[in-house]
Design a protein around this ligand. Structure first.
Ligand code: NAD
Ligand code: TDX
Length: 340
């Protein structure tokens, strides 16, 4: 039996992870602490509703009192997904990124230290390494050179985690994963944006020349890696997690349109993201060697399943693509037009 506190478990990766854990370990107890921002959605957790091993607490990771009280219940592991996660939003306003991603991580680390948690797993990102111009890949030893306010806030959180390990001996593991895709991803991110716009026969905005490269991993493969790390990861270590699957944005969009039988004429080239990282690629031999993990879902297969999911769950994404979402897009594009 393991008692786990998952933060941000109502978001894309967090909700997939909560469902994954309770499916794989029916005797574990999982508590989900989530503020339910625009990106948090309890509908993502329908599969575990009513499961006696699942508990939900609505709250903010920056709330010291709440975090202290919760961790006082005695948890073996904290898995920190809670974050502001969208690069474009961090360019519009970085303050919530600093509050949640940096201050929130510090509050959780402090609570974990006070209450002697056995493992603090920080879910970080390849974006902390910055952009790769030349061939090669980022290793766990690559310097942290974040380029967006989002990446800078995640790098700061990684540094705090490292400091809590070295200063207080808190058993911390940091994971740095590449671009995830799969069910329940909020349609502000590239893949669900392309799928849902194509389903509505709307324009598909591709930033700049479309030749920026990302490494893509299915969320289920990411969840499996995190589960392995909970069981076998070594405190103080960093693990890169990647799909070993690099594509330019344009190649990826063409592939999705081909799966959906939609025309490439939907693609519209738009002003580039300021400070847009050119390429991410991760060296993942450490987790492969030490934990025997490898991605199992090929991109084509994963994309077909994801397209199918968005076709079957139109009411889910139609609800979230309204209100605040529409206002955000108007603000973002008017700012870019102004600065372009
Ligand atoms: P998401 O935006 O879909 O979900 C974030 C969740 O955190 C939401 O449920 C939101 O309500 C919650 N949250 C936000 N602020 C909070 C606060 N102050 N207190 C409590 N809960 C709060 O994000 P995601 O794509 O699922 O990413 C999850 C984590 O994984 C993030 O830490 C992100 O940096 C990291 N990550 C994401 C990717 C990716 O491709 N999506 C890749 C690597 C790492
Ligand atoms: O409309 C778009 N058009 C476009 O060309 C959007 C939303 C994105 N893009 C480009 C920008 C990137 O090169 O597609 C690529 C992927 O963009 P995002 O989906 O916004 O992801 P990215 O910026 O790469 O960051 C993601 O991966 C690392 C997640 O959002 C982060 O949370 C994670 O840490």
């Amino acid at each position: 039996m393991m008692k786990i506190l998952v933060t941000g478990g109502a978001g894309f990766i967090g909700s997939n992870f909560v469902c994954y854990l309770l499916r794989e370990h029916p005797d574990w107890e999982v508590t989900n602490l989530d503020k339910l921002t625009y990106a948090g959605n309890l509908e993502n957790l329908g599969d575990v509703e009513g499961n006696p091993g699942y508990h939900f607490v609505k709250g903010d990771i920056t709330d010291r009192e709440l975090v202290d009280k919760l961790l006082g219940q005695g948890f073996d592991v904290v898995v920190n997904f809670a974050a502001e996660s969208h690069v474009d939003r961090s360019i519009l306003d970085s303050s919530p990124f600093i509050r949640t991603n940096v201050q929130g991580t510090q509050v959780l680390l402090e609570g974990a230290r006070q209450h002697k948690v056995k493992l603090f797993l920080q879910v970080s990102t390849d974006e902390v390494y910055g952009s790769l111009g030349a061939p090669g890949k980022f290793t766990e030893e690559s310097p942290l050179l974040p380029n967006s306010p989002y990446a800078a806030s995640k790098a700061a959180a990684d540094c705090l985690c490292r400091a809590y390990y070295h200063t207080y001996g808190l058993p911390v593991v940091i994971t740095r994963c590449s671009n995830n895709y799969g069910p329940f991803q909020f349609p502000e991110k590239l893949i669900p944006l392309v799928i849902t716009n194509a389903l509505e026969s709307k324009e598909i905005p591709v930033y700049g020349d479309g030749l920026n490269v990302r490494d893509w991993i299915h969320v289920e493969d990411h969840c499996r890696a995190l589960d392995l790390i909970i069981q076998q990861g070594k405190p103080g270590e960093i693990y890169n997690i990647g799909g070993n699957c690099e594509e330019t944005n344009l190649q990826l969009v063409h592939c999705i349109l081909a799966i959906m039988g939609k025309p490439r004429s939907l693609i519209t080239f738009v002003a580039d993201r300021p400070g847009h990282d050119r390429r991410y690629a991760l060296e993942t031999s450490k987790i492969e060697r030490e934990l025997g993990w490898r991605p199992a879902i090929l991109l084509g297969e994963g994309l077909r399943g994801t397209v199918q999911w968005y076709i079957q769950n139109q009411s889910w994404w139609q609800r979230v693509k309204s209100g605040e979402y529409v206002e955000y897009y108007e603000r973002m594009y008017s700012q870019r037009a102004g600065s372009g």
